[in-house]
Design a protein around this ligand. Sequence first.
Ligand code: ADP
Ligand code: MG
Length: 563
Amino acid sequence: MPIKVLDPQTVARIAAGEVVERPASVAKELVENSLDAGSSQISVEVRGGGVSLIQVTDNGAGIPSGEVELAFDRYATSKVENLEDLESIQSLGFRGEALPSIAAVAQVDMVTSTTGDRAGTYLSLRDGVITGQRSQGRSQGTTVTVRNLFRKIPARLKFLKSVATESGHIANVVSQYALAFPEVRFSLFLDGRAALRTPGSGRLIDSIVEVYGVEVAENMIELKGEAEAPLPQVAGMVGSPKVSRSGRGYLSFFVNRRWVNSRLLARAVEEAYHGLLMVGKHPLAIINISLPAHEVDVNIHPTKSEVKFGNERTVFSAVHRAVHQALVEQMPVPRIEEVAVAYESPSRPSQALLPSDKVSITSPAPWAPEVPTSPLPVLRVLGQLDNSYIVAEGPDGLYLIDQHAAHERVLFEKIENQRSQRETEVQGLLEPMTFEVSPRQEAVLQSHYQDLAEFGFAIEPFGDRTFLVRAVPALIYSKDWSAMLRELLDSLSEGDEGDWVEGVARSMACHSAVRAGQALSDTEMRELVRQLEQSATPHTCPHGRPTMIHLSSGQLKKEFGRT
Ligand code: ADP
Ligand code: MG
């Protein structure tokens, strides 16, 4: 064959192949365009894994009627003007390739309107050629509809995976940008099903709740920005070591809010977790790195998903340091319940949207410092179940509260408070009582008078393994305090000397709390719930066990098959 220059249509299709690898690439380019247009709402609708339909609707700036046609020309862009601009790209797009590339491999329709235009513009293209254009009413913003992707390229179609897999890739793209832009309200529909909705509140944690579920969100640690820090600035959230995943797909990196793949950044994060995760487990992280545009080259690949840093070492250590510091300090995320209920959507997906492996969350060890310390929302008591559980309703669903565990938590905090403020309520015994102990118990008791006195026990030796008790804490006056004391001395002589003070408080709380099987009046239940609402750590009892089970409205709907 003689050498010939290819015809423009063939050129366009070859070039398109670089940008549009699969349906998710189309979604990515369209969502990036919507973000560049300053949209605060972006809705993505997908059918047939994106092959039948990908439609992205935004409320951004729109395209002036005189420029709509031009938008589909190769290398036509409103985002950079010259070589200098290329050195400091602020927008997600800049190559002017996406729209023509998509139009080369699918049927595209666009309706767009700017504030300046009296009416919007409709444009349709088939095989990259404009086949229709007219004015059409539309509020400010743009809708791009892409149909029959790759229909004319059977080789590409053949390489696509199942509808579920391709839909999953699209869901991932939308999820990533939802994480990068929490101030934008995203919604995603897959074959008519609402798969993701974010509130657009501007808080990353709200996006995390929607993308990864409440369980993960409750275990995220915020990266503390250093106000005076030199660039690059590292912000975002990382999962506590309790949240781990069996794949690397849960590391999200954004550079100046552009979603990127980066082995360098992945390594920085994984090294910060060194020794904190079990073998084969990987962390979950959402990290944005801000640095001057000229210190990062985004123009190294047509999909713009890879970047090159001017100074890799600085970026690596900034990320490593930020993650490491956050993990060390184990900052619990405040007010996750509030976050979870702040956004009520009729079809909120209850849990992790992203497919594949499950999150593993190990239950907290007693006294683990990373127990979430979020307060409870206000709850309305509905009744008692099995004389053991309080059934209550919250702003987001149902709460089943273990009455014993909850009461233990409330009493434990009260006991600790009173002790530290030296306000322990003491009840003197009408007649001092003798208290006989074993040799081992005696040894323990002798070295801990003072500690016990702080809790309200007035105990003195009475000779021959006998002690005289003159007063006890008011809280356990009417309970079997001698049994409690004995148990305490036994458990302590077995060696947990270290937690003595906490051990006493825990034991007192346990012995004075209401038991399972005890009927409670409405007033008693309300009082207990009120006290639990004020607790600093209402979710676990002093032994580290959960005090309640929360079923969100979303989970309930899911259970009843109403997603
Ligand atoms: P690039 O994003 O690299 O500029 P594209 O081919 O993706 O190239 O888009 C071409 C141009 O069309 C953009 O520069 C922008 O001016 C306009 N455009 C595309 N999508 C939108 C949108 N959703 N809202 C407003 N303008 C858009
Ligand atoms: Mg673009």
